[in-house]
Design a protein around this ligand. Structure first.
Ligand code: NAP
Ligand code: GDD
Length: 343
């Protein structure tokens, strides 16, 4: 009787939003999942505690290892110890605004991290390892929408510049060393597990707390920027599909629809039963609760970008055509999921 060997996946960034959904997805696909977590002084496994037994530090299908993209010795020993078929590099300093404050760290992790892993894969003897890199629509920067695989990169942040380094490194290792390495160029994707300082989660949490009278004012930055927002739970399937294709290629992943931050704010307010009336312009703009007549939204310079990416909207025809992947979640469902599961 033929015994089917389980595939082994190694996820860098397993404690993040996408890492947690990808781990769930791969476990359902019968993979053995290894994940890399950073040492932290307070718990950082909240998003995966439901699939990982943190008391006994293991479960049947998922194993965690301490490591850091800045520490090549840890990467080397984890890859050799786990002997993966597929590596997903989702680890990054992933906040665009914060990359202006810690630029060197961002370049080191978000840029050089992929290079370190790919060098280990290049010299790996036991088997051919497939590599997925979490590239980003932020790389398109000021290039006009819709953005596709052929759109010019016009980065507006050190985060984007670092991601572009990784993007080209992946292509180079694929062409020069024939490594099965792919970029998924993902547009913004959110979920109840989104980090607290990204705009969608901040809006959902802020307006929910205002409704519960736990918070008075929500401070935001640029309300006019538009983004193509999808749901993280379904985007992780695209990562897996990208790696399963026989020929390694790069793909744009998005919904093809975009909304402004203000539209996202208004849609959230509507679902929470709040009507916002806006007054003023630019930094003086305020949002008033039509029922209580109180100011609940203020614009703060603090949250503006040094150089804004104004408009992102995906053309993801390639992944639809070649890998038969397309998103199903509407923005209204995404918002309701985030409101209803906003722990
Ligand atoms: P996230 O929630 O911020 O997760 C980032 C992950 O990277 C966390 O597990 C974090 O660990 C880990 N990490 C950070 N620095 C590290 C280091 N030095 N060594 C090892 N691990 C480190 O990000 P996400 O939203 O899931 O996004 C996943 C990836 O996709 C990121 O690379 C992001 O840049 C990229 N991306 C995201 C989007 C999006 O809209 N979400 C779109 C395009 C691309 P801790 O938990 O310890 O912090
Ligand atoms: N974070 C934040 N906080 N953004 C705000 C705020 C605020 O108070 N007010 C307005 N914004 C605007 C930002 O200026 C930006 O135009 C937009 O909201 C989205 O900001 P974020 O949610 O921080 O996401 P991002 O688009 O900068 O970056 C995310 O998406 C990229 C893909 O395009 C991150 O997930 C990146 O890691 C990812 O690569």
């Amino acid at each position: 009787k033929k015994i089917l060997k389980k595939k082994i996946a190694l996820i860098f960034g397993i404690t993040g939003q996408d890492g947690s959904y990808l781990a769930e997805f791969l476990i359902k696909k019968n993979y053995i999942v290894h994940g890399v977590k950073r040492r932290s002084s307070s718990p950082n496994t909240e998003r995966i505690d439901h699939i990982f037994d943190s008391v006994n530090f293991q479960s049947k299908n998922i194993f965690l290892h301490y490591g850091d993209l800045s520490d090549v010795t840890s990467l080397y020993s984890i890859i050799y110890k786990t002997n993966p078929d597929e590596i997903y590099n989702l680890a990054a300093q992933s906040h665009v605004k914060i990359s202006a404050t810690i630029p060197e760290y961002t370049a080191n992790i978000t840029g050089l991290g992929s290079l370190r892993i790919l060098e280990i894969i290049r010299f790996y003897k036991k088997k051919k390892i497939k590599f997925y890199q979490a590239s980003s629509s932020e790389m398109f920067g000021s290039s006009k929408p819709p953005q596709s695989e052929t759109t010019t990169f016009s980065p507006c942040s050190i985060y984007a510049i670092s991601k572009i380094f990784s993007f080209h490194t992946v292509k180079y290792y694929r062409d020069a060393y024939k490594i099965h390495a792919c970029n998924g160029i993902l547009f913004n994707h959110e979920s109840p597990r989104r980090g607290v300082n990204f705009v969608t989660k901040k809006i959902i949490t802020g307006l929910t707390r205002i409704k519960q009278k736990k918070q008075k004012i929500l401070y935001l930055g640029n309300l006019d920027a538009t983004r193509d927002w999808g749901h993280a739970r379904e985007y992780v399937e695209s990562m897996w599909k990208i790696l399963q294709a026989p020929v390694p290629r790069d793909y744009v992943v998005g919904t093809g629809k975009s909304y402004s931050v203000k539209q996202f704010l208004n849609k959230t307010a509507k679902q929470l039963g709040i009507k916002v009336i806006y007054k003023g312009k630019g930094l003086k703009q305020i949002g008033i609760d039509a029922k209580t007549k109180k100011i609940i939204i203020k614009v703060s310079k603090k949250y503006f970008r040094e150089k804004e990416v104004d408009n992102l909207r995906a053309n993801s025809n390639k992944i639809k055509k070649y890998l038969n992947w397309k998103p199903k979640t509407t923005i209204d469902y995404l918002i309701s999921d985030m409101i209803n599961n906003n722990d």
